[in-house]
Write a protein that binds this ligand. Structure first.
Ligand code: FAD
Length: 453
């Protein structure tokens, strides 16, 4: 688009938007044009910091009428670089942070600019929570639209399993309320189908009684039998217990003895939502897997589980993630070897599913991988091109553990086939049909894209 046409779009946005319209040269442009996690060094033509649903309608109309690429950002954690656009319109919802909590009915209505940490800190004041991921800074909107796997997953299901309805601005500028009764196909599609169908401007969630939990970090040696035992124990544990384990060389953590730093460890985040005595009983076999290097698991308020985040410069990484159907001794040995290999670090993250996730019908949401026992994310740091080739070769080798199907929230820059593998069989056709109805021109295409049928 020529510069004068872009200027016209910007002027029209400035006239109509009540939030902020930011262009190159404005204060904040440099900090807002990209994000810490995975966003490319792009320069949007204009950034709309929306203040309301009407601002979103205006920005969507500007993209539709101008043909400029539209990026939609809530928490800005897209690993695929979808949180910004080169010379397009960046619709940034980060200022839309209202949260209404209905304690009596145990529901919460959130605007998309909220992060998981902000939401659960506020809900935690009432002894309530909704499960998002393991990281407080992830946006509630992005994680929900992809599914949402976190530390309450085995007890209360995926984030989408607590989603009661959304307000969504569709490609034609309509503002719809989608839930089980209104536009049910659209509501099915947004629960796992990502940002393909419109801009979600409000999300209503069920809140669960999660006040004091027994949770925190357990650090064990990353020997193959410990890894295998850990996965087996979580799968057999009561639903109250959810765990995420990171296998990695031990970082220089102050609560781990200095001689362990650099050695391969299994660093688990555990959350048990039941009474303390039941939690202690469920946790005992984990503590018995090996002498822990550190045991920080204790009664705590649930929001305390979110750790402080390192916002320092991001090293170059390569990654691959997905579902695991068979793990066992061989898989555990492969991962134990990988994290013990000298050179730039490798991290393998294991999430055991099951529990409440598996009890919901496969057809109920666009996330369909409910029978899969485990997820695995492989991340490798790279120190230059030669090292990158070495790490990519390892990813290829370790990928024998992964099922063909993928989880959209863990996809980086992915090809069409990889995106499609997140929606096997009929799910893809059903999504493509919903896409045809609500976004036939594929206006919302800067995402893990489902093309209209
Ligand atoms: C450090 C880190 C930890 C993570 N931990 C977990 C975890 O524990 N569990 C898990 O399931 N995932 C996890 N993820 C993945 C995360 O869920 C996805 O990257 C998610 O898309 C991020 O949402 P966001 O709103 O922060 O990101 P954004 O970059 O703002 O959004 C990502 C994409 O979602 C879509 N989108 C966002 N908001 C809207 C909206 N309001 N309307 C329509 N479309 C929208 C857009 O397509 C956008 O490009 C993690 C990611 C990171 C970087």
């Amino acid at each position: 688009m020529n510069p004068s046409a872009t200027t016209t779009v910007t002027e029209r946005l400035r006239d109509r938007v009540t939030g902020r319209v930011i262009t190159p040269g404005d204060a904040d442009y440099e900090t807002l044009r990209t994000t810490h996690y995975g966003a490319p060094d792009a320069r949007p033509a204009v950034i709309v910091r929306a203040a309301s649903t009407s601002d979103v309608v205006v920005a969507v109309a500007a993209a539709r009428e101008s043909g400029l690429e539209l990026a939609v950002r809530s928490g800005g954690h897209s690993a695929a670089g979808h949180s910004t656009t080169e010379r397009g319109i960046l619709l940034d919802l980060g200022d839309m942070k209202d949260l209404e909590i209905d304690v009596e009915n145990r529901t919460a209505t959130a605007r998309p600019g909220l992060t998981a940490g902000e939401y659960n800190t506020a809900a935690g004041r009432h002894g309530l929570a909704t499960g998002f991921g393991d990281t407080g800074s992830v946006g509630v909107a992005g994680i929900t639209l992809g599914g949402g796997v976190g530390l309450l997953t085995r007890r209360y299901g995926l984030t989408i399993d607590s989603l009661l309805g959304v307000e969504i601005v569709t490609a034609d500028g309509g503002v719809l309320e989608a839930d089980a009764e209104h536009d049910p196909d659209l509501f099915w599609a947004v629960r796992g189908g990502g940002g393909n169908f419109g801009v979600v401007t409000r999300l209503t969630f069920r809140l669960h009684p999660v006040d004091e939990v027994v949770g925190g970090m357990l650090v064990l040696p990353a020997a193959a039998e410990v890894i295998e035992g850990f996965a087996r124990l979580v799968a057999a544990a009561p639903d109250e217990l959810t765990a995420i384990a990171n296998l990695m060389p031990c970082p220089p953590l102050p609560f781990v003895p200095a001689e362990v730093h650099g050695r391969p460890v299994l660093m688990a985040q555990l959350v048990h939502t039941g009474p303390v005595d039941e939690a202690e009983e469920a946790l005992a076999p984990f503590r018995a897997l090996a002498e822990p290097y550190a045991d920080l698991v204790r009664p705590m308020r649930y929001p305390e589980i979110f750790q402080e985040e390192d916002m320092g410069p991001m090293p170059e990484i390569v990654s691959r993630g997905g579902f695991v159907r068979e793990f066992g001794a061989e898989g555990a040995a492969l991962l134990a070897d990988a994290v013990a290999t000298p050179g730039s670090p490798r991290i393998a993250q294991l999430r055991v599913l099951g529990g409440a996730v598996a009890r919901i019908d496969t057809d109920a949401t666009a996330f369909v991988h409910r029978d899969v026992p485990m997820m695995l994310m492989l991340v490798a740091f790279c120190d230059g091109p030669e090292d990158r080739a070495r790490q990519e070769a390892w990813l290829e080798e370790a990928s024998v553990l992964l099922d063909r199907a993928t989880y959209v929230n863990f996809l980086g820059r992915a090809g069409a086939e990889e995106v499609r593998s997140a929606y096997p069989g009929r799910t893809w056709d059903r999504l493509a049909e919903v896409k045809r109805r609500y976004d036939p021109q594929n206006l919302f295409r800067l995402n893990h894209n489902v093309t209209p049928a």
